[in-house]
Ligand binder design. Structure first.
Ligand code: NDP
Length: 263
């Protein structure tokens, strides 16, 4: 029996154990998926080996630490320095990023996206910004503090903190901060969010399982919005494919993972 886990802080909200276990159980794959509350990201590698894991997902705030913890990085994770999926290949930790493709899948119903505002500058923001640029979107990043903005400047995104930001018109505004995850905070001051939403066509939040204060405001303004559930599904299907080393069919993984959302 293989063991998988998700590392995060907080992690109790995560639906990943239910999603992956539903796939394993229904497709008779001998594996179990649990959650690990990890406060110190520098302990990720040791904890992974202590638990004898075959693979893991990594969530807030350890995705950059997960990049550091791996022996080898494959694919898109190399471009962003952010890992959300780790595979144990004979004692070697191999890191991947499935968040960005998961998000592109999630917004496929949003049409004619050209100009995007990302609120937040953490691991998820990095992955989305790099992916959006690959899709030829124009990307602006807005964060509460300066320290994480260098990455976006190097990527050639416009990047701002709240005080120096001038609102423009955006086809899509995405909240990638953890504001609203475990609290009732907005990702920026209320007046600024109101002005941003007044100039937005589509709105998305990476947070799932609740209507965040950010999405509540979008709803009040009658905007077309979605929470992070489809992103979760998209990244989960891709991660599961890696966990089972392509021994299960992608359509079957998706079918049962989607089913887990009904529970
Ligand atoms: P990180 O910890 O890497 O980044 C968090 C970002 O949020 C930072 O830019 C931080 O700003 C900002 N932030 C945190 N608290 C506040 C606040 N109260 N007000 C304004 N800004 C704030 O997190 P991740 O990128 O890993 O995850 C971000 C969110 O996305 C989480 O809620 C996570 O659950 C969700 N997520 C959902 C996924 C899905 O599948 N649906 C996939 C991945 C993530 P600063 O730089 O100033 O500290």
């Amino acid at each position: 029996m293989k063991l998988f886990a998700i590392f995060g802080d907080p992690v109790e909200h995560s639906r990943s154990p239910l999603m992956h276990n539903t796939v394993f159980k229904n497709l008779n794959y001998q594996a179990c998926y649990t959650r690990v509350h990890l406060r110190d990201g520098s302990k990720l590698r040791q904890t992974f080996f202590n638990l004898g894991l075959s693979g893991a997902n990594v969530t807030v705030p350890h995705k950059e630490a997960a990049f550091q913890a791996c022996d080898e990085i494959r694919g898109f994770a190399n471009e962003v320095g952010v890992v959300n999926t780790i595979i144990n290949e004979d004692g070697k930790l191999v890191g991947y990023n499935t968040d960005a493709d998961g998000f592109i899948y999630a917004i496929s119903e949003f049409k004619n996206i050209k100009k995007v505002l990302i609120i937040g500058a953490g691991g998820t923001a990095k992955a989305l910004a790099a992916k959006f640029l690959q899709e030829n979107f124009e990307v602006t990043v807005l964060n509460r503090s300066q320290k994480r903005l260098d990455f976006f400047k190097e990527l050639q995104c416009s990047s701002y903190i709240w005080d120096d930001f001038q609102v423009q018109r955006y086809d899509l505004v995405v909240n990638t901060t953890s504001a609203g995850l475990k609290d009732e905070e907005l990702p920026a001051p209320k007046e600024l969010i109101a002005e941003i939403l007044n100039n937005a066509t589509y709105v998305a939040d990476a947070i799932y399982g609740k209507l965040t204060p950010f999405l509540k405001m979008a709803k009040k303004k009658h905007l077309h919005y979605k929470n992070g559930a489809d992103m979760l599904l998209g990244q989960g299907v891709l991660a599961n494919e890696l966990f089972v080393a392509s021994q299960l069919k992608k359509e079957d993984i998706k079918k049962y993972m989607q089913k887990s959302f009904e529970y």
